[in-house]
Design a protein around this ligand. Structure first.
Ligand SMILES: C[S@@+](CC[C@H](N)C(=O)[O-])C[C@H]1O[C@@H](n2cnc3c(N)ncnc32)[C@H](O)[C@@H]1O
Length: 210
């Protein structure tokens, strides 16, 4: 994975990246962030009372979930000011939706003071570099026993040029998420799917906190 440049403003590299990309995010990501519908349907079927999305971006998943689960309490957290601003414009008026700008960590979890039925990471963990392992452990600490960790994300690619290109876009796709998810939770659903004829594979995972 190529090293990531420091942002001159002091923001993290992904925050600087989303300063540019937030404007076009919703219009473009449908074409390659596959499996997000699976995560929405999977969570809706669980009828959870409390759901958090870590790295919620523009709030696209939270909006879809809220339509299906109007009485559920939702939390969304994202480190990018530009992305969470967009989520706030979409969802900020909803009384059952709390949106937080910040890094997903134990301090934020302590402030939320709620045990979650579901924690969702949708195309977030592959961008937490470093930090994906700590973020998974934070999610486990925030889930109630029997609660679900739902993950949809890039899995791997056998094309080195593509792995390099994704690295430039702050995404690591080396199959590194799945073994850790399987270590930390009891797997319930675990599928990998090919995208664009096998250029990469993406992961759809639900595991339960034991
Ligand atoms: C590819 S976007 C995914 C957004 C949304 N989950 C979706 O499915 O459309 C990844 C998001 O993770 C956020 N992010 C990166 N590192 C983070 C961290 N440590 N804590 C919280 N959010 C983070 C980024 O700002 C970005 O909005």
């Amino acid at each position: 994975m190529p090293s990531l440049p420091d942002s001159p403003s002091g923001a993290s590299p992904t925050d600087a990246y989303y300063r540019l990309h937030a404007k076009v995010y919703d219009a473009t990501r449908w074409s390659f962030l596959f499996g997000r519908e699976w995560s929405v349907k999977t969570i809706a079927a669980l009828r959870p009372a409390h759901v958090l999305e870590a790295g919620c971006g523009t709030g696209r998943n939270l909006q879809a979930l809220q339509k299906l689960l109007p009485t559920t309490c939702f939390w969304g957290i994202d480190s990018s000011v530009d992305m969470i601003d967009r989520a706030n414009k979409k969802l900020g008026q909803q009384t059952n939706m709390q949106l937080i700008q910040g890094c997903y960590d134990e301090t934020q979890v302590a402030d939320m003071q709620t045990e979650m039925d579901v924690v969702l990471f949708s195309y977030a963990l592959s961008m937490f570099n470093p930090g994906y392992e700590a973020a998974m452990k934070t999610a486990i600490s925030q889930l109630r026993p029997g609660g679900s960790l739902v993950v949809v994300d890039f899995h791997d690619t056998n094309q080195s040029f593509f792995a390099k290109w994704m690295g430039v876009n702050h995404v690591r796709m080396e199959g590194h998420l799945l073994p850790l998810l399987q270590d930390l939770t009891e797997p319930v659903e675990c599928q990998t799917h090919k995208a664009y004829g096998g250029l990469w594979r993406y992961l759809c995972y639900r595991g339960v906190k034991v």
